[in-house]
Design a protein around this ligand. Structure first.
Ligand code: FES
Ligand code: CO
Length: 327
């Protein structure tokens, strides 16, 4: 499965503390843990001895201890001790199954299948911009496939209805025709414009806001918003938002947003509350869509010209051979 060869976000890095944490990725049960400030470990949540869930165990003396017979595992997965046999030296075969794991963008990323070439983490250029403050929102558990959520993120024609009074107005439902380019990882779309009454936390008046989008992986996308020059929006306001989705099962997903905003004053809660308002407007509509898996057959759903970005996204999934969460 090509999806297993990619890096996926599985948890907020800050959520992996003193206790082991159970997470799911592509229908695999995983346990995350770390020794103090050490690197995060991502293992199959299954003890090699009798299959107990390691996430029910505890972290003790820099090792993960199984809840059943207390076998102790070192970072990396080696079994270091079997308490019932104090003199026994466990062989290498008694190890836990460890997966490649990294931290980036405030999230823990896991790659289940390291046999294929590593294409790296999806890029987020705003991450390195010191004039933008970064913070994460979520997780949100959503009862639909990851591709349906990406497509919603790329879709501007719903603003005037789902986000009426915030990101759109019924009086201004028209959408500009964007320029869409295919990229090796997905697509780039520019020239997406919307008339927004409340485009961000600080907007005091409606403005024409220009969006650009980038799909950076099958289940990750970025948007960058810039108010039109001379608009009444806050001067120089710009922001990038990263959408990061963990595909739990083909029809359930866990979502985080990485905000990169030119606002260093507002408290975290206030920035998160705006994003929360917007996403909880999207969520019931997203969960109502049928089928939950994104149909890749071009004839399965009806398209219009302003669906150009979502049609390009579907083609990108076909091009890459994505199978999880699609029909
Ligand atoms: Fe884990 Fe026995 S099942 S130590
Ligand atoms: Co929306």
């Amino acid at each position: 499965m090509m999806e297993a060869t990619l890096w996926h976000p599985v948890a907020l890095a800050s959520a992996v503390g003193a206790a082991p944490l159970a997470v799911t990725l592509l229908e695999h049960a995983l346990v995350l843990w770390r020794d103090g400030a050490g690197p995060v470990q991502a293992w199959a949540d299954r003890c090699p001895h009798r299959g107990a869930r390691l996430s029910l165990g505890r972290v003790q003396g820099g090792r993960l201890e199984c809840p059943y017979h207390g076998w102790q595992f070192d970072p990396g997965g080696r079994c270091a001790a079997v308490p019932a046999l104090p003199a026994f030296q466990p062989p290498a075969s008694h190890c836990a199954t460890a997966f490649a794991c990294r931290e980036a963008h405030g999230l823990v990323w896991v790659r289940l299948d390291a046999s294929a070439e590593d294409s790296g983490l999806p890029a987020f250029p705003a991450e390195d911009d010191p004039e933008l403050r970064k913070m994460n929102c979520g997780p949100y558990d959503v009862a639909t496939s990851a591709p349906r959520i990406v497509e919603n993120f790329l879709d501007m024609a719903h603003f005037s209805f789902v986000h009426e009074g915030w990101l759109g107005l019924r009086e201004h439902p028209q959408i500009a025709d964007p320029v869409v380019q295919d990229t090796p990882r997905g697509l780039r779309a520019t020239g997406c414009q919307a008339w927004q009454p409340q485009s961000n936390l600080h907007a005091t008046a409606a403005s024409l806001v220009e969006y650009s989008y980038e799909v950076t992986a099958p289940y990750c996308a970025l948007l960058t918003k810039v108010p039109e020059a001379g608009s009444t929006a806050v001067a120089h306001w710009r922001e990038s938002i990263g959408l990061y989705i963990c595909p739990l099962t083909p029809e359930t997903s866990r979502v985080w947003f990485r905000l990169a905003v030119a606002d260093f004053e507002s408290p975290d809660e206030k920035l998160a509350a705006f994003q929360h308002t917007i996403f909880t407007q999207d969520q019931p509509v997203l969960e109502s869509q049928s089928p939950k898996r994104l149909p890749l057959d071009p004839k399965a759903e009806r398209h219009v010209v302003c669906d150009r970005v979502s049609v390009a996204y579907r083609r990108a999934l076909v091009r890459q051979g994505v199978r999880f969460g699609v029909l």
